[in-house]
Design a protein around this ligand. Sequence first.
Ligand code: ME8
Length: 517
Amino acid sequence: MTDAAPTSYYITTAIAYPNGDPHIGHAYEYIATDVIARFKRLDGFDVRFLTGTDEHGLKMAQTATKEGISTADLARRNSDVFESMQKMLGITFDRFIRTTDTDHILASQAIWQKMSEGGDIYLDSYSGWYSVRDEAYYAEGETTLQEDGSRISTETGTPVEWTEESTYNFRLSAYEDKLLAHYEAHPEFLAPATRLNEITSFVRSGLKDLSISRSTFDWGVQVPGDPDHVMYVWVDALTNYITGVGYPDVDGDEFRRYWPANLHMIGKDITRFHTVFWPAFLMSAGIELPKRVFAHGFLYNKGEKMSKSVGNVVDPFTLVEAYGLDAVRFFLLREVSFGQDGSYSHEAIVQRINADLANELGNLAQRSLSMVAKNLGGQVPVPGDFTPEDSAMLERADALLDLVRAHIDVQELHLYLETIWSVLGETNRYFSAQEPWVLRKTDPARMATVLYVTLEVLRVAALLVQPVMPESGGKILTLLGVEERSFATIADRLVPGVDLPAPVGVFPRYVEPEEKA
Ligand code: ME8
């Protein structure tokens, strides 16, 4: 270890609209982001992790009217539910930002001012078919007249109304070439690669200027110098990422330490906002661009899109109550190829709990540790000479950190876990093949070596699963007598002869409640 200041790592989630309850799709994004944040911290980085809620916009105002409460009350009430869900999920955010926070309003006005000074904002008038749900205008040709005389957006099916308003526009059209040049020079800016292809062709097909203010309602951040307008919700929403590091104080410690962000984690449906609008706003305001945006896939209930009307929105609180937090966190990341859409179901969760957690990891820990307790006085075994099989196993464990780090750095979260589990699978086969329960009688010294090797793999695996399963990873490390848990200690082998606590089970099998009764 050197004394150099740790490298900073700034990571963010999308900020959710608190116009309803959080669902499992939100939880998925928070958990994935939290795993990366925890991994980076354990790997010695100076991490800042920002999340929060996106409280402005017409949708919020309309939901409040429907519920008969003020928009501010709705925002506060629901934002609190999001925040407590994040705490329940063990999300280690450094700040939970609300876009109604005073510093955020000032930051939004400051970036607006910069874009305006740069000549990129001008007043215009706008008329067209406006969809409140999409917060977007459509040309007549993009709408369909219904039998009852009403109109909907052809693409999204949401109702549209003829609306005329004066609006400030942002000269997005001026950024076409600059954006394309940026994608070209920094292909890592957006992942997965399919999203980059989509966005590149979208920008290549031509960018129109963007309407960035509204004068038909007032629930938003006021446009500097024009009290009749509030900012289009996405202008202030995206700005949260720099509010979170102290903007407009660009000379301040936080901004200098953490900006540009290393990673904006978002869902695939909001890629355009993050990789076209956001970089254009930043370029206009003379602010560096985030290094990377990762657009994860959507989570579906047994392949069906979750929706309140279908009644299949799964409440993350219920899920965690049923299966346990670590199991839910593990399942979501192990089951779905990160970046693609995925499905979850009771059967799939139970399968992962019983096969991957109870069998592959829990059982290995239980079997080896209870042999140590029964036959070796509960002390870390003293190994003899290593056979080629032992050395091969230890080498596989020693190689893990570099392998999983490489997966984390490109957000291959499923491969990070798959890599660890493939070594656990090998360790189970090694354990069975070595038959330490037979060696107990025939060659106790050899048994001690096999147990030592097994515990060593378990130690490395437990250290590395901490970001996903902080509690269970920590429990296994406690059973192994490991106190220092950062990845800097990964090469420190277990010290033979050290007393271990009495073993306890870590991952019970999932038993259906009716079987329990
Ligand atoms: O889009 N599966 O808020 P939001 C996976 N306020 N992810 C999902 C999902 C699903 N079924 N449904 C939604 C917004 N998400 C804006 C963001 S950021 C400056 C402003 C993801 O509450 C979605 O893709 O609709 C987004 O990343 C996040 O949840 C919040 O969605």
